[in-house]
Design a protein around this ligand. Structure first.
Ligand code: G3I
Length: 303
């Protein structure tokens, strides 16, 4: 196959990208994205601050722009993200306790209700675990509402849209030997044991010198999958853009039957949140395919 999406589809997987609504007027951008990818994540437009700027007032103008572009171009959509300590609108940042808990529930219902039946998978909870060696939860206003906030979010999400896969999504959970990975693993194991609805773990997989691609990445993917969830590589970028590392990531996903697909976090290097200088993506700023692109395509095509 000659595009990333078609090559991934040969094994029943998808290959996606983050899309920014503000770039949809750039025809070089939409030409590449339209051709290569078959899954779309809104880079910012479905976040809490974007969709509920005032309490109880939902706005989907930008989210729908990304959603409609994706669907009109034959792509599926991942929803990102419903419960997160970051990108909270001011009104939510100032809440705590039971009123914040209720606001989280109302937010999940409002956003998932709008997109009901239309989303492949939602990042229900994003980045709830702490960095470092604790293996525990990140401190946040949501965490301070009670340790059960994550399972409440997932139960709310299941009821709001039973058709969507429900993911827990985080960064630095790629290395099997890291405490954060083990913390998330233990949570998912506990959820499966107690019947808390969860369908997938999203590994953001932002690789750089501080959190490099680990040699045990495949073990991590296999271990989560063995709990009975899909794994999705949700925000892949690799600082420096090593073709070898990109191929390793793809081959690790292909080796794990429940690795459902891969999304990169942007189209061209110039679209990356890391800045073009990081050169972390598959196309350069002029839209040319990089060596990393060829390595990914070849791997998806079986070698
Ligand atoms: O749109 C405004 C613009 O009007 C304003 O002038 C400008 C000045 O600050 O800000 C613009 O908004 C920025 C937005 O990106 C769009 O470019 C925000 O400040 C900036 O905070 C925001 O950053 C995003 C970041 O999440 C916010 O948390 C990045 O684009 C986005 O790539 C990044 O994505 C996250 C995932 O959601 C979760 N995992 C990590 C990943 C990378 O940080």
């Amino acid at each position: 196959a000659s595009t990333l999406g078609a090559a991934a589809a040969q094994s029943g997987r998808y290959f996606g990208t983050a899309i920014a609504a503000g770039r949809l007027g750039d025809s070089a951008y939409t030409t590449i994205a339209g051709r290569e990818f078959d899954m779309v994540t809104a880079e910012n437009e479905m976040k809490i601050d974007a969709t509920e700027p005032n309490r109880g007032q939902f706005t989907f103008t930008s989210g729908d722009r990304v959603y409609n572009w994706a669907v009109q171009n034959g792509k599926r959509v991942r929803g990102h993200t419903l419960a997160w300590h970051s990108q909270q609108p001011g009104w939510m940042q100032s809440l705590s306790g039971s009123s914040l808990r209720q606001a989280m529930i109302d937010h999940i219902n409002g956003v998932m209700g709008h997109y009901k039946g239309k989303i492949y998978a939602w990042d229900v909870v994003n980045e709830a675990y702490a960095d470092g060696n604790s293996g525990g939860r990140r401190d946040s206003n949501l965490q301070r509402t009670g340790n059960d906030w994550i399972e409440v979010a997932f139960r709310t999400a299941r009821a709001a849209d039973p058709a969507a896969k429900l993911c827990y999504n985080d960064y630095n959970i790629d290395n099997w030997s890291w405490a954060k990975t083990q913390g998330v693993y233990n949570m998912v194991r506990d959820f499966k044991a107690r019947g808390v609805p969860i369908d997938c773990v999203g590994l953001q997989s932002h690789f750089n010198s501080n959190s490099p691609y680990p040699g045990n990445y495949r073990t991590t993917l296999q271990s989560f999958a063995a709990l009975g969830v899909d794994v999705q590589i949700t925000e892949l970028d690799i600082q420096g853009g090593s073709a070898t590392t990109y191929a390793n990531v793809v081959n690790d996903c292909l080796a794990v039957p429940r690795c459902a697909g891969i999304s990169v976090w942007g189209v061209r290097d110039s679209d990356s949140w890391l800045g073009a200088g990081a050169a972390p993506l598959l196309f350069d700023g002029n839209g040319n395919k990089k060596a990393a692109y060829t390595a990914v395509l070849n791997a998806l095509n079986g070698g």
